[in-house]
Design a protein around this ligand. Structure first.
Ligand SMILES: [Zn+2]
Ligand SMILES: [Zn+2]
Length: 346
């Protein structure tokens, strides 16, 4: 089969690889229908994730058809159409028993990281019963693909951790795919006012279409002054950080009201300044984390009923064999106006 293989910082190649085989009795082999590229894949390619070995097939998002299952797989059958969760879940370790699946002792984020991933014609999925979600008949495939990673991430790490409630004023910092996913998912809770902050006007425009009431571009506007104006000098109830750089984390600290929540979703490569000298008195909560994907079944129902339409995040489409071109486009996301790129197997 063909797959996108990592060959060290800055190097990747679409090349021939052996078909994956069942190794453990709890494995399944899935033939990919659609996959996509994540910001995390770009981090890997920059060399930011040293735990990825050379020769690794990248990708942790996808939907597909189950080709083969190990003897112990019970819930998933050959021929099932499934969402591949970015988090592999054994279901029985100490962390899994606390629903902290992202830290599963025999899983967590391993796909396209410690084991071969989904940017391939086929992929081996360990602990298939817990790591795959069967797709209901007639569900939009693009929407389902967004449930592998970005929608659960925006929902669990942004909206749930940030305790968004009806009537809240919330600010999302970063209108990339995950920030926009958090924007969509926040509307389950009817916040009164949603503010999106980003330096990319195109993404701000998309955010408006997705339900943001106010957009702020820090390249032109003073974020703190604008938010003071909107909130009568109080600040926001929830600030959801979806970028992962010191400047955006600082914005969250500058705009949060007393009793508020700062939910960090961004992947940080550098330490940030924590202004505890100002925040200590404000009764705020700061949360962080990696998605557990425990919300995937619920999000699947919300997609099925039309309450949420994450397929709106798809901006570009290519064949899976054109993945190297797709990476170029995704690497220039701002110029290309790219959010999520769907790669479809022939
Ligand atoms: Zn991802
Ligand atoms: Zn586990």
């Amino acid at each position: 089969m063909k797959a996108l293989v990592y060959h060290g910082a800055g190097q990747k190649h679409w090349e021939e690889k052996a078909l994956p085989q069942i190794i453990e009795s709890t494995d399944a082999i899935v033939r990919i229908i659609k996959t996509t590229i994540c910001g995390t894949d770009l981090h890997i390619l920059k060399g930011d994730v040293p735990t990825v070995d050379k020769g690794r097939i990248l990708g942790h998002e996808g939907i597909g058809i189950v080709e083969n299952i190990g003897k112990s797989v019970r819930n998933i059958k050959v021929g099932d159409k499934v969402i591949i969760s970015c988090i592999t879940v054994c279901g029985s370790c100490n962390y899994c028993k606390r629903q902290l699946y992202s830290h599963c002792e025999d899983g967590g984020w391993i796909l396209g990281h410690k084991i071969d991933g989904t940017q391939a014609e086929q992929v081996r999925i360990p602990h298939a019963d817990n790591s795959l979600h069967r797709l209901p008949e007639g569900i939009n495939e693009d929407a389902a693909l967004m449930l592998s990673d970005i929608l659960p991430t925006g929902f669990e790490i942004g909206v749930i951790n940030g305790r968004v409630q009806p009537g809240h004023t919330i600010a999302l910092i970063g209108a990339g795919p995950v920030g926009l996913s958090a924007l969509l998912a926040s509307q389950f809770y009817s916040p009164a006012h949603i503010i999106m902050i980003d330096t990319d006007d195109n993404r701000l425009h998309v955010a408006q279409q997705f339900g943001a009431n106010t957009i702020i571009n820090p390249a032109r506007q003073n974020v703190v002054a604008e938010i003071q104006k909107i909130t009568d000098g109080i600040g926001v109830d929830v600030a959801i950080e979806c970028v992962g750089i010191p400047a955006t984390f600082k914005i969250c600290q500058d705009i949060i009201t007393a009793g508020g929540y700062i939910a960090n979703v961004g992947v940080h490569g550098k330490s940030v300044e924590l202004h505890l000298e100002e925040l200590w008195i404000k009764n705020i909560t700061i949360t962080t984390g990696l998605v557990n994907t425990s919300s995937t079944p619920m999000l699947l129902k919300s997609v099925q009923s039309g309450k949420i339409s994450p397929e709106k995040l798809v901006t570009h489409r290519y064949l899976l064999s054109e993945i190297e071109t797709a990476y170029e486009v995704f690497s220039n996301a701002a110029q290309e106006k790219a959010l999520k790129i769907v790669l479809t197997s022939e």
